[in-house]
Design a protein around this ligand. Structure first.
Ligand SMILES: Cc1ncc(COP(=O)(O)O)c(C=O)c1O
Length: 394
């Protein structure tokens, strides 16, 4: 390459870089709208969070440190529940809850067909049989009538998921459980802070479970979870299973697992917990802005009787999959994220087909999987961004 060609090439590359940065990509990068914005939240509370993290680093008390004890206490105060056992993630929380019930292989656990897989997955993993119940077409939470259709002599527990931010119909579910002598494990991973008849989600059944996955309404900066209960015996059993089946060091009363919330994560959660209700309220305000602008041409989210909604997701059913595809593409072309929660019914998935049961085929789940779309919602979503999303949809 001659010196002149080199200079020309250098100028060309420089110009190309400048022009390509000047045109679409940078402007899109600056204005794109994601499903959540964890960075915006971190920057808002940066000094408090940095201080909390620094204090754990100083103490080097990384496992079961003071922040974990404090967080368990804070959580039990917030929920009004006697026992909180923190653990490594929401899936472990469900696993620990199931272990504590001391069930027999092939005992049946009724779980929703329209949700994240964890309730079915943990049941199957423990050698139990997940039994899929259908959901309501409007709130998307488990349908008590479908629960009844799925009860057999082997049914031992129900895991209602409080989906997208609102509670399942806990009055009906607790009545069914009492009639058939079943345990109820509430999965509040998506509805932490919501309430039903004034009681916090997760404190109505025998055991509540939650996840502190970063994008949850109360999320840490890695994995985290908790189990809660008012029952002393179940609490004791959950604690035992979470700590290698051991109460006295190196003496194992049962085969357990190691599931702990890191001290660093607990320190972050201690900073965040006091803001949770405010954030949930902001999510409600954003949802009502969406509702107001979109209700004339979309089926906006419906909140069930007796429950509050904390809008972990803002999910709408569209006319069909084709309309959903077109809308998703249009949003994408305008730099706006959207996600399908959930595209595949759990009861129809190959992995679960041979190891699960399902009395009614879950037709509602099949229908909503084909047409739902979730839009961005998080407390830091600005009015300007909300307006842009609404304009693109309209
Ligand atoms: C309803 C539900 N249950 C359980 C879990 C599992 O939580 P984790 O990811 O912390 O294991 C999730 C996670 O997304 C969830 O949405």
């Amino acid at each position: 390459m001659t010196r002149d060609t080199f200079i020309h090439l250098t100028i060309f590359v420089h110009k190309y870089r400048k022009s390509s940065f000047k045109s679409v990509p940078l402007s899109l990068m600056d204005t794109s709208i994601t499903m959540v914005d964890l960075r915006a939240q971190y920057l808002r509370y940066k000094s408090e969070i940095d201080t909390a993290i620094a204090s754990v680093l100083q103490s080097t008390d990384f496992i079961e440190g003071e922040a974990v004890r404090l967080f368990s206490h804070n959580l039990s105060q917030y929920l009004g529940v006697k026992h909180v056992i923190t653990c490594a993630n929401g899936t472990d929380a469900l696993m620990l809850a199931l272990l504590s019930l001391k069930l027999q292989p092939a005992d049946e656990i009724i779980v929703p067909s329209f949700t994240f897989a964890a309730p079915a997955e943990t049941s199957a993993f423990l050698g139990l049989t997940p039994v899929f119940a259908d959901v309501y077409p409007d709130t998307f939470c488990i349908d008590p009538q479908s629960i009844i259709r799925n009860i057999t002599s082997r049914t031992k527990a129900i895991i209602p998921v409080h989906l997208f931010g609102q509670c399942a119909n806990m009055d009906a579910i607790m009545d069914i459980a009492a009639q058939h002598n079943l345990f109820v494990i509430e999965d509040t991973a998506q509805a932490f802070g919501a309430s039903f008849n004034g009681k916090k989600a997760g404190t109505i059944g025998h055991i509540g479970c939650t996840s502190f996955f970063p994008s949850k309404n109360l999320g840490c900066y890695g994995d985290g979870g908790a189990v809660f209960t008012n029952d002393d015996t179940l609490a004791e059993s959950i604690r035992l299973f979470a700590h290698h089946g051991s109460r006295t060091k190196y003496l194992h009363e049962t085969v357990g697992i190691n599931s702990r919330l890191d001290t660093l994560q607990a320190a972050i959660l201690n900073v965040k917990l006091p803001y949770l209700d405010e954030w949930n309220n902001t999510r409600r305000i954003i949802a009502s802005k969406y509702n107001e602008a979109l209700s004339s041409f979309l089926k906006c989210p419906v909140t069930g009787a007796h429950s509050t909604h904390i809008f972990h997701q803002y999910t709408v059913p569209l006319q069909n999959g084709e309309v959903r595809g077109v809308l998703q593409e249009r949003l994408k072309n305008n730099g706006i994220a959207s996600t399908i929660y959930y595209p595949f019914p759990l009861n129809e998935q190959q992995t679960y087909k041979n190891i699960s049961k399902c009395a009614d085929g879950c037709p509602v789940t099949k229908d909503i999987c084909s047409c739902v779309l979730s839009l961005p919602i998080y407390p830091e979503l600005s009015d300007e961004k909300i307006d842009r999303i609404i304009k693109v949809i309209a």
